[in-house]
Structure formats: C-alpha cells, structure tokens
Design a protein around this ligand. Structure first.
Ligand code: IPD
Ligand code: CA
Ligand code: CA
Length: 276
C-alpha cells in the first residue's frame, strides 16, 4: 500500500477506535447544535484531532481542510491537501443508529489522489488510489453492471440543514420513485458513495454536501469505474455540494430525471430575486 494511503488508514482506524469507545456511553456525551439539525459532539472533535495528529506527525507540510477545525496551511498553494470528515453521520451516531464513518481524502496538485472511508461498526474499510483502483477490505470493488433503472437501488440524502432546494428535491424524489426498484437514505454520505463504488447501490444523488462529505467517496467511485458529477453533469461537485453518481449507464439516466428540477428551481429563484 502507498505510504500516504497507509497513514490515512492508520488515522481512520484510530478515529474509529475513539468513536467505538464513545458509542458505548452515548448518554455521557456533550452534544451541541451548530445550526438547525446540525449536531456536533466531543467525539467529532476528538476523532478529528487524532487524525490530524497522525497526518501532521508524518507530513507536517501538507495542508488540511477538516470539518470541525477548518483550514491548516495554505490550501491554495500546498502540493498536498488532506480533506477530513472525522465522523460522517453524527446524527446517526448520537442515536446509536449504526451507519456512520470516518472519511479522509488526499488531493495532490488539486486532484483527488487517495481515499479512505472507514465504518467502525462493522470494520469495513474502503480505500482508493488514483489509477490504482478501489478496494473494500483489500478486495477490489467495482460499480454494478445494472442498466435498467427499474432494477436499480438508488441512495440519496434528504436536505435537512439548508432547505433552499427542498421543493426541487421533493420533485426529484417523486420522479425517481416510480422508475427504480427502491430508494435508501441511511445518513452517511461518505458511506453512501462508497456503496456505489462497491455496487451495493447503482446510483446516488444529494444536494447540499460539503467537500469533506464527498471527497473520499468520489475518488472511490471513479476508481471503481463509476461516474460522478454535479446536478448538471459537470465536475464542480466538490464546490457546488450537489452530486449525482452511479455506474455509467445509471448516472446518465438519473441525471436526465433529476437535472430539470434543479434548473427549474434556479430559474424560479433568479426570477424571485429580480422581483425583490
Ligand atoms: C452528513 C451526512 C449525511 C448527509 C449530510 C451530511 P455529518 O454529515 O453525510 O448523510 O445527508 O448532508 O452533512 O454532518 O454527519 O458529518
Ligand atoms: Ca459529513
Ligand atoms: Ca462530520
């Protein structure tokens, strides 16, 4: 395994240990609310600190973008940049709902290069390296081969923090439901994307994600032979926070269903802004 991926795995497992230990005493946790429906616990902070300590000990010159503590170093100029979500699915974690993960990605010269998503509940470790494929517990994974939407299982995330596009989202949802075999919303975007890479879902979409929710999962999908785009099919998903992903056949069909609803919402928002 490449040394940088190895360090990222070590950091993710360390964070997983902290999360697992805390999960045994959820009642003792200090929890605060960052904004509406956006919770953070002391575990998010402790897991993030542990990850950063391990990465910085080995790579002191690398820049870092981490959900809880923000930016370290010059993320514009640094050759290497780590993108960290120490606990993806905090709401699930706080409810003892066993679907959450640690997500760590590394960008090299602006391109996603390494990815780790670790589920401490079942010890599933997803890894990927640019040009080197994607793996689940050291076994190669690939996106599914399904191409008829009616056979497909699709993952999604329901907006809960930023409700700007909730109406458009509901229209997308309503349009996808009758065309597919089923839709799931488990609550950890990093795991959702890794599940697309592993062929467990055939496609996925969500609006309102942050770079740390997506970075590792996106490389995982690309290295597993899948496609990732924003809701217009472009590759600005890390900046826009909107994402569609899937095996190549499902990606394009899902995009055709979903794209018009966001375009319509953007036109309506624009008109409303002009009237004000
Ligand atoms: C959240 C999860 C969730 C997604 C949210 C994210 P957090 O991350 O990934 O699945 O729907 O948009 O914010 O806040 O638990 O790290
Ligand atoms: Ca997250
Ligand atoms: Ca988080």
């Amino acid at each position: 395994m490449h040394p940088m991926l190895n360090i990222a795995v070590k950091a993710a497992r360390r964070a997983g240990d902290i999360i697992n230990q805390a999960s045994r005493n959820l009642d003792l946790l200090n929890v605060s609310r960052k904004s509406h429906s956006d919770f953070v616990s002391e575990v998010d902070g402790a897991a993030e600190e542990a990850i950063i300590r391990i990465l910085r000990d080995t790579y002191p010159d690398h820049a870092i973008l981490a959900e809880e503590s923000g930016i370290r170093g010059d993320i514009e100029k640094a050759e290497y940049q780590w993108i960290i979500d120490p606990l993806d699915g905090t709401t699930n974690f706080l409810h003892g709902f066993p679907q959450y993960s640690v997500s760590i990605a590394l960008k090299h010269k602006g391109l996603l290069n390494k990815a780790v998503v670790y589920n401490p509940n079942n010890n599933e470790l997803f890894t990927a390296s640019r040009g080197g494929g994607a793996y689940l517990n050291n076994q190669r994974i690939r996106v599914s081969k399904r191409f008829r939407l009616e056979d497909c299982l699709i993952g999604t995330g329901i907006p809960f923090r930023d409700l700007t596009h909730v109406e458009a989202y509901l229209k997308m949802f309503k349009d996808v439901i009758p065309r597919v075999a089923g839709i799931r919303r488990p609550g950890s975007a990093a795991l959702d994307l890794s599940y697309v890479a592993a062929g467990r879902y055939d496609g996925f979409w969500e609006i309102g994600l942050a770079p740390w929710d997506m970075a590792a999962g996106c490389l995982m999908i690309q290295e597993a032979g899948g496609l990732v785009g924003d809701l217009e099919g472009n590759d600005t998903y890390l900046e826009s926070g909107q994402i569609i992903a899937g095996n190549p056949k499902v990606f394009s069909q899902l995009l055709q269903i979903i794209m018009p609803h966001l375009s319509q919402a953007l036109i309506e928002n624009h008109r409303a802004a002009e009237k004000r």
